[in-house]
Design a protein around this ligand. Structure first.
Ligand code: ZN
Length: 340
């Protein structure tokens, strides 16, 4: 009961990449970089286990950014001539690569991380991938000429990697779709269909979609200020997600203005409830975590409730991330005692 997990990313050690950055530069290259990535993956695996996290991740130590880490493995994309594009409905500008030809995977994307985790942990392991809608919102296109076609092309590649990850022994495959909170109409029109394409044929692995209000960076904090006293974006997409083939939904809860009763719209799904704030360096107490779980319990049955972080912790300091992992596990342990 109350198995804990995290949204995905964790801070990179200073010897692997620049710290406190969303797009950090690597400290090494080639074989040296590959070794450093593996070491960092193993380090965070151990930190998560020792903190008491039940479903562990690779901490996204091998990717520079949660979207572009996947795109680097895709043929048909020009990374040399990036263009400036407003993303997430122009919330911020990013330099994005351009689709210039038919998309194809160059090879395996996260096999190394999956196998490192599988061979060193007996716990359930999770790998995150960017969702098709979020990818399409983070890349320019000069080949497909149609958003949905492009999303489906990416979904086919995600599916190829997801099936391979399942064979590697990955227990949970999660798709990150922050764009779902921005283009709510498109979610029902084609966003969920694209996810269905991405999970096609998976048998053993649980499938998850993570939908948040973004990392705790300034552009996101400013955007949140414009969303009013109640954030009701989830209300528009949860009913469709409840009917979808996805097993789990990961969402933001603590310190956010999401009305907690919206969680009842996810009937039948596992709900990964954000009980750790990633936009603040203040470490939650076990009591705070437990009280967020209690609020969610009104709308999510025990067996479907998984305490989690609101979003990734990539831009934080390692010390704070570690303390927050411990708080997450301690709060869930307290809830297990109280609400058994
Ligand atoms: Zn997130």
């Amino acid at each position: 009961m109350f198995e804990t997990t995290i949204a995905g990313s964790l801070p990179k050690p200073g010897w692997l990449a620049e710290t406190d950055k969303l797009w950090p530069a690597w400290r090494a290259e080639g074989a040296e970089l590959a070794k450093a990535k593996r070491d960092a993956t193993l380090l965070w695996l151990k930190e998560q286990e020792d903190a008491g996290i039940d479903i562990v991740t690779d901490g996204e130590q091998s990717r520079q950014h949660f979207v572009h880490g996947f795109l680097e493995f895709v043929e048909g994309i020009d990374f040399e001539h990036k263009v400036k594009m407003g993303i997430r409905n122009n919330r911020y500008d990013a330099m994005v690569p351009v689709v210039v030809g038919p998309l194809k995977l160059k090879g395996r994307v996260h096999q190394t991380e999956a196998l490192v985790m599988r061979s060193h942990s007996r716990r359930k392991i999770k790998i995150t991938l960017p969702g098709p809608m979020t990818i399409v919102d983070t890349i320019a296109d000069r080949h497909y000429g149609d958003k949905v076609k492009l999303a489906m092309a990416f979904a086919a590649l995600l599916n190829q990697e997801a099936r391979a990850l399942e064979k590697d022994g990955v227990d949970v495959i999660q798709f990150d779709e922050p764009a779902f909170n921005v283009y709510m109409d498109d979610v029902t029109k084609w966003g969920i269909a694209a996810l269905h394409r991405a999970i096609r044929g998976l048998k053993k692995a649980k499938t998850c979609v993570h939908i948040c209000y973004g990392y705790g960076i300034k552009a996101n904090l400013d955007w949140k200020e414009t969303l009013g006293g109640e954030w009701r974006q989830y209300e528009q997409i949860f009913p469709a997600l409840a009917k979808s083939k996805l097993d789990q939904v990961s969402l933001e809860c603590i310190h956010s203005k999401v009305p907690v009763d919206l969680l009842k719209l996810l009937k039948g799904k596992d709900v990964l409830v954000g009980v750790i704030d990633v936009a603040s360096d203040k470490v939650e107490t076990a009591e705070e975590v437990c009280s967020t779980i209690k609020k969610a319990l009104k709308y999510v049955p025990k067996k479907h409730l998984f305490p989690c972080t609101n979003c990734g912790m990539a831009p934080m300091s390692r010390e704070i991330a570690r303390a927050k992992l411990k708080a997450l596990a301690a709060g869930a342990a307290l809830a297990r005692k109280r609400y058994r």
